[in-house]
Design a protein around this ligand. Structure first.
Ligand code: MLT
Length: 396
């Protein structure tokens, strides 16, 4: 008899954001008259930039005429898209070969798919609190998973120690959920560790566009990363593509393990498992990475950053401790009075109709913390911030 993948027995009953949406739907059914303020899942609320919209329209027109119609696109990406992403990197002094860039349908899909490159017996190290898809994808693949805890004692930026053991290392900077960003020196110590131990870093750079100041946007800004790292990024947060779906992955040609070349392996994987990504979406991506597009996407990022400021100002008035918000669209706050994170979630939902994300959903060491997203609409964020401020004052 066929046996299903028993690793699914080791997963939590439901995925974090799916579980929250079910709780919210139940509340909504009971209280249809109450408006909800959504600061939970990091889903954008502002439309795509003009350059992307024009490119989508014009690509749709291309598909209407025989002379400009496109069938399958190349599995690893349209050359123009790969070159546009390479051009984006070169603005920071990183010069990938376009053949080191692979198109994807977004970072969350890719973070699971990329595990195909690694033996299931190679354990993964995940800094925690962590984006839950890392953990769940590893559990589904039957991979042993270890955690390295982040907390106020290490500014939520844990570093490898002598006793650290890992083959596959997940790093996310700016971090989801804490908003913490690794410095060059800190990333250098991870790169040094990975090269010394033959490990590979999976670097999630999905929030790089929110960085201010001289902090690394890419692991490839760190010398030596080309022999130990894969970077996964998406246009979801950079350009509001959460519902449009487009991303990219950088696998250096110099990355080899056990005599096997990971770039060549990913070409083999993509050419087998995909038929490319939509021509329309890649055209929109090319437009995002044009000078005009890059300027336009800053308009939304600025608004999300103002939202973060509004939330931080409200928390400042209450004296509650929080992290993030400056270089990331997430604010990671301590729950008041030592409250558990799911209890705080229920309190916010029931009392002030604000939806956030309980820290415990990002792993055990997230207990006692709570994440607020700055991706909401500005007016709703203002109202939510004021409601949170008042509630925190009342519970003092
Ligand atoms: C989040 O809220 O953590 C993100 O929106 C999840 C994602 O990007 O898939």
């Amino acid at each position: 008899m066929l046996k299903p993948n028993g690793n699914y027995r080791n997963l939590k009953e439901s995925y974090l954001f799916f579980g929250i949406s079910q709780k919210v739907a139940a509340y909504r059914a009971e209280h249809p008259e109450k408006p909800l303020y959504r600061l939970g899942i990091g889903d954008v609320s502002l439309p795509l930039c003009r350059a992307a919209i024009q490119a989508l329209h014009s690509a749709a027109d291309d598909q209407a005429k025989e002379e400009t119609f496109h069938g399958y696109t190349p599995e690893c990406g349209i050359p123009e898209f790969r070159a546009a992403v390479a051009g984006y990197y070169s603005r920071r002094g990183v010069h990938p070969d376009p053949e080191e860039i692979f198109v994807s349908s977004g970072a969350s899909d890719e973070l699971g798919d990329i595990l195909d490159l690694f033996d299931a017996g190679s354990p993964a190290l995940i800094t925690q609190p962590a984006y839950p898809a890392y953990v769940d994808a590893s559990v589904m693949a039957g991979r042993k998973t270890f955690f390295l805890n982040a907390g106020p004692e290490n500014d939520f930026l844990p570093l490898p120690g002598d006793d650290t053991a890992a083959d596959l290392i997940y790093l996310c900077s700016p971090n989801n959920p804490t908003g913490a960003v690794y410095s060059r020196e800190q990333l250098q110590s991870w790169v040094g560790y990975a090269n010394r131990h033959g490990a590979v870093i999976l670097f999630d750079a999905a929030y790089e566009a929110f960085i201010e100041g001289d902090l690394p946007h890419s692991i490839f800004e760190i010398p030596g990363a080309e022999t130990c790292a894969i970077e996964i990024c998406s246009l979801s947060k950079t350009a509001g593509f959460t519902g449009t779906r487009l991303g990219y992955t950088v696998i250096p040609k110099a990355l080899e393990r056990d005599g096997m070349n990971l770039n060549a392996m990913w070409v083999r994987n993509r050419t087998t498992k995909t038929n490319g990504i939509s021509y329309l979406l890649q055209k929109a991506g090319i437009a995002v990475f044009s000078d005009e597009g890059l300027e336009q996407i800053q308009e939304n990022i600025r608004i999300y950053k103002q939202n973060a400021q509004v939330l931080m100002d409200a928390l400042d008035q209450t004296g509650i401790r929080y992290w993030g918000g400056k270089n990331a669209p997430y604010i990671w706050m301590a729950c008041p009075n030592g409250m558990k994170s799911w209890d705080f979630f229920d309190l916010l939902l029931n009392e002030i109709q604000v939806i956030g994300t309980p820290g415990e959903g990002f792993g055990a060491c997230g207990e006692g913390y709570f994440r607020l997203s700055s991706f909401g609409k500005p007016e709703e964020t203002k109202t939510a911030a004021e409601r949170i401020r008042k509630l925190l004052e009342e519970t003092k």
